[in-house]
Design a binder for this molecule. Structure first.
Ligand code: FAD
Ligand code: NAI
Length: 471
């Protein structure tokens, strides 16, 4: 195509990273094209990640609560039945509504959307194999690689998304398995284990490390949530590595051993969920055609302004460094567009919250106690249990605690770790406090409405700075 066709920006990938960058670029007056091969926008997060998982988590929790947690509230229910097909329909309708919404936002912001698979011809030209057949090519003054990630496979276990599944299969099983083995007790493992266990599956989670929750979760919090999940019926095998798998028989078998060795055994289940992490996705992108290398984990190498070694080609989201989280991808997308348009942009990587949407939820931001110990950074701890919070008591939902870490000299907040009802919403307050460099006293002296769960947050700050009132 002629050089007059050259776009200000071509984005490869219409996931959270790509679509947010596209909308922001449109708002900034850039002439922008977004190429997505999936056939729908929203990427992993909207189609097979954040959104469908939260739908299943929310509705399976309601079902489980109606079954097990109504009598003591004075509610008597009759025959409770699960309609799995309709549970899945409710999920699909949330997903469809949101992905259509992004198409609307593309139109509103003048973003051109090409459905097809992109690959580099050279540093300025991208060819697209169109989903509808045929090929086209686009040129960009700037290019953004936002191709995301995929589930890391377990060697020797072929994924069929029915018996041996990743999170994608776990979000759309057609019947409730009688048993499930989960390889990996990280966030995906625990969220999906929660869904299926609530619906009646006997779930065992096998985790290599001595604690669940994946990287970053505070050990005290991890121990607390493990106990609570165990009460809900999940079984855990920690410090255990999966050696190999075999799906040829009637049940899927895993051979496991303790990390130290000498405790080899065979486990079996109707379904095995592989949840050992995700890896950057660059297959078919033709990075070799433009001499771009990835690091040892497959990540696109960038500098602090998201530039690859070709300065007009940038990369953000799961395909590059940092935590694989939708809100991190979103922040980077906005910052990358600001770099292109204004020459500056910023993401505060020290204040990116993490949330695990189990019941109760787990959420944290900033440093954990282990992080601080490892760096020999002194800290003060304040905790407050939800069992002493009036709203949690009225809700009969009192498991968990808020834990705060602050600098003993300056009282500046260093980290917040919550396991408890609504932790995922409450962590926003901790994130804002960190972002503004608040002290625990700042939080302790901020009036919080009564009776709310957020008072547990305030009282944890009081405990960090001085003494809590109600505990
Ligand atoms: P992706 O969302 O993976 O999007 C990349 C897109 O690029 C894809 O749609 C892909 O089709 C497209 N693409 C790739 N190559 C090409 C090509 N050559 N041409 C055209 N298009 C291409 N994060 C949270 O913050 N909160 C959560 O609750 C949460 N839950 C999750 C639950 C699950 C089960 C999973 C798997 C993930 C979850 N995540 C969650 C992580 C979140 O989904 C990712 O961090 C986020 O999707 C990353 O966005 P991205 O745009 O970088 O990549
Ligand atoms: P993860 O990295 O969080 O956890 C994987 C776990 O598997 C680790 O604890 C690891 O020790 C364990 N493991 C690895 N190999 C093993 C083996 N052979 N045997 C036993 N255990 C083994 O990865 P996960 O859970 O797959 O999630 C992938 C990404 O998706 C994460 O980066 C996460 O941030 C993101 N995500 C975020 C969600 C959220 O924000 N709520 C929800 C779901 C996913």
């Amino acid at each position: 195509s002629a050089s007059s066709d050259e776009k200000d920006l071509v984005i490869i990938g219409g996931g959270v990273a790509g679509y947010v960058a596209a909308i922001k670029a449109g708002q900034e007056g850039l002439n922008v094209t977004c190429i997505e091969k999936r056939g729908v926008l929203g990427g992993t997060c909207l189609n097979v990640g954040c959104i469908p998982s939260k739908s299943l988590l929310n509705n399976s929790h309601l079902y489980h609560q109606i079954l097990h947690d109504t009598k003591n509230r004075g509610i008597e229910v009759g025959d409770v039945k699960l309609n799995l097909a309709n549970l899945m329909k409710a999920k699909d309708s949330s997903v469809n509504g949101l992905t259509k919404g992004i198409e609307f936002l593309f139109k509103k912001n003048g973003v051109e959307y090409i459905k097809g698979e992109a690959s580099f011809v050279n540093e300025h030209e991208i060819k697209v194999a169109l989903n509808e057949g045929g090929e086209t090519s686009v040129k960009g003054k700037n290019i953004l690689i936002a191709t995301g990630s995929e589930a890391t496979p377990f060697p020797g276990l072929e994924i069929d998304e029915k018996r041996v599944i990743t999170s994608t299969g776990a979000l759309s099983l057609e019947k409730i398995p009688e048993s499930m083995l989960v390889i990996g007790g990280g966030i995906i493992g625990l969220e999906m284990a929660s869904v299926w266990s609530r619906l009646g599956t006997k779930v065992t989670v096998v985790e290599f490390l001595g604690q669940i929750g994946g990287p970053g979760m505070d050990t005290e919090v991890s121990k607390t949530i493990q106990k609570l999940l165990k009460k809900q019926g999940l079984e855990f095998k920690l410090n255990t590595k999966v050696l190999s798998g075999d799906a040829s028989g009637e049940k899927v078998q895993l051979s496991v051993d303790s990390v130290k060795g000498g405790k080899e055994e065979t486990l079996d289940a109707e379904t095995v969920l592989v949840a050992i992490g995700r890896r950057p996705y660059t297959a078919g992108l033709g990075l070799e055609n433009i001499g771009l290398e990835t690091d040892e984990r497959g990540r696109v190498i960038i500098d602090s302004e998201y530039r690859t070694k070709h300065p007009h080609i940038r990369s953000v989201g799961d395909v590059t460094f940092g935590p694989m989280l939708a809100h991190k991808a979103e922040e980077e997308a906005v910052a990358a567009i600001e770099h292109i348009k204004k020459g500056h942009g910023h993401v505060n990587y020290a204040a990116i919250p993490s949330v695990m949407y189990t019941h109760p939820e787990v959420a944290w931001v900033g440093q954990s106690e282990q992080d601080l110990k490892n760096q020999n950074i002194p800290y003060r701890v304040g905790t407050f249990p939800f069992s002493a919070n009036s709203r949690a008591k009225t809700n009969l939902d009192t498991d968990g605690l808020v834990k705060m870490l602050a600098d003993p000299e300056t009282d500046r907040l260093l980290g917040v770790h919550i396991v408890g009802p609504n932790a995922g919403e409450m962590i926003a307050e901790g994130t804002l406090a960190l972002e503004y460099g608040a002290s625990s006293e700042d939080i302790a002296r901020t009036c919080h409405a009564h009776p709310t769960l957020a008072e547990a947050f305030k009282e944890a700050a009081m405990a960090t700075h001085g003494k809590a009132i109600h505990f």
